[in-house]
Write a protein that binds this ligand. Structure first.
Ligand SMILES: [Zn+2]
Length: 105
Protein backbone atom coordinates (compact mmCIF):
# COMPACT_ATOMS: atom_id res chain seq x y z
CA UNK A 1 0.00 0.00 0.00
CA UNK A 2 1.29 3.40 -0.95
CA UNK A 3 -0.32 6.13 1.12
CA UNK A 4 0.73 8.93 -1.19
CA UNK A 5 3.02 9.70 -4.03
CA UNK A 6 6.26 11.42 -3.22
CA UNK A 7 7.28 13.79 -5.97
CA UNK A 8 10.85 13.09 -7.04
CA UNK A 9 13.32 15.58 -8.40
CA UNK A 10 16.87 15.18 -9.59
CA UNK A 11 19.80 16.85 -7.92
CA UNK A 12 21.60 18.77 -10.66
CA UNK A 13 24.97 18.03 -9.09
CA UNK A 14 25.01 14.31 -8.26
CA UNK A 15 22.05 13.38 -10.54
CA UNK A 16 20.35 11.44 -7.78
CA UNK A 17 16.58 11.29 -7.68
CA UNK A 18 15.27 12.44 -4.31
CA UNK A 19 11.95 13.35 -2.77
CA UNK A 20 11.33 17.01 -3.45
CA UNK A 21 11.42 17.99 0.22
CA UNK A 22 14.91 16.50 0.60
CA UNK A 23 16.20 18.97 -1.96
CA UNK A 24 16.93 22.67 -1.91
CA UNK A 25 15.52 24.62 -4.81
CA UNK A 26 17.54 27.25 -6.59
CA UNK A 27 15.42 29.57 -8.66
CA UNK A 28 16.11 31.92 -11.50
CA UNK A 29 13.49 34.60 -11.14
CA UNK A 30 11.84 36.22 -14.15
CA UNK A 31 14.14 39.20 -13.57
CA UNK A 32 17.18 36.98 -14.01
CA UNK A 33 18.20 36.80 -10.37
CA UNK A 34 19.50 33.48 -9.04
CA UNK A 35 18.54 32.72 -5.46
CA UNK A 36 17.89 29.94 -3.00
CA UNK A 37 14.18 29.26 -2.65
CA UNK A 38 13.45 27.45 0.59
CA UNK A 39 9.69 27.68 0.10
CA UNK A 40 9.90 25.98 -3.29
CA UNK A 41 7.16 28.30 -4.49
CA UNK A 42 8.95 31.20 -6.09
CA UNK A 43 8.19 31.88 -9.70
CA UNK A 44 10.88 31.13 -12.20
CA UNK A 45 12.96 28.29 -13.50
CA UNK A 46 14.09 25.96 -10.75
CA UNK A 47 17.01 23.64 -10.20
CA UNK A 48 17.28 21.21 -7.31
CA UNK A 49 20.23 20.32 -5.15
CA UNK A 50 20.53 17.88 -2.26
CA UNK A 51 20.60 19.79 1.00
CA UNK A 52 24.32 19.21 1.24
CA UNK A 53 27.12 21.69 0.81
CA UNK A 54 29.16 19.01 -0.93
CA UNK A 55 26.57 18.91 -3.71
CA UNK A 56 26.62 22.66 -3.99
CA UNK A 57 30.38 22.60 -4.35
CA UNK A 58 30.05 19.96 -7.04
CA UNK A 59 27.46 22.04 -8.86
CA UNK A 60 29.80 25.01 -8.71
CA UNK A 61 32.69 22.98 -10.05
CA UNK A 62 30.73 21.49 -12.93
CA UNK A 63 28.64 24.62 -13.57
CA UNK A 64 25.58 22.45 -13.18
CA UNK A 65 23.43 25.44 -12.29
CA UNK A 66 24.33 27.20 -15.51
CA UNK A 67 22.95 24.25 -17.43
CA UNK A 68 19.92 23.66 -15.24
CA UNK A 69 18.88 27.31 -15.20
CA UNK A 70 19.87 27.92 -18.82
CA UNK A 71 21.74 31.01 -17.80
CA UNK A 72 25.35 31.77 -17.15
CA UNK A 73 25.83 31.95 -13.39
CA UNK A 74 28.92 33.94 -12.54
CA UNK A 75 31.52 32.84 -10.00
CA UNK A 76 30.50 35.71 -7.74
CA UNK A 77 26.92 34.43 -7.75
CA UNK A 78 28.07 30.89 -7.00
CA UNK A 79 30.13 32.28 -4.10
CA UNK A 80 27.20 34.26 -2.74
CA UNK A 81 24.87 31.28 -3.11
CA UNK A 82 27.36 29.01 -1.41
CA UNK A 83 27.42 31.25 1.67
CA UNK A 84 23.66 31.33 1.70
CA UNK A 85 23.54 27.57 1.15
CA UNK A 86 25.72 26.92 4.19
CA UNK A 87 23.44 29.17 6.23
CA UNK A 88 20.20 27.55 5.10
CA UNK A 89 21.56 24.02 5.31
CA UNK A 90 21.15 23.95 9.10
CA UNK A 91 17.73 25.49 8.91
CA UNK A 92 16.79 22.99 6.22
CA UNK A 93 17.98 19.99 8.23
CA UNK A 94 16.25 21.25 11.38
CA UNK A 95 12.98 21.69 9.48
CA UNK A 96 13.26 18.17 8.11
CA UNK A 97 13.79 16.74 11.58
CA UNK A 98 10.75 18.59 12.86
CA UNK A 99 8.66 17.19 10.06
CA UNK A 100 9.75 13.61 10.56
CA UNK A 101 8.33 13.74 14.07
CA UNK A 102 4.78 13.52 12.89
CA UNK A 103 5.42 11.30 9.92
CA UNK A 104 6.41 7.67 9.59
CA UNK A 105 9.65 7.38 7.68
ZN1 LIG B 1 23.19 15.89 -4.89
Amino acid sequence: MRPRKVPLRKCVACQEMMPKKELIRIVRTPSGEVAIDLTGKKAGRGAYLCGKVSCFKLAKKTKALDRALKQSVGDDIYDALEKEFVAVEEQFIAAKELESDDEEA
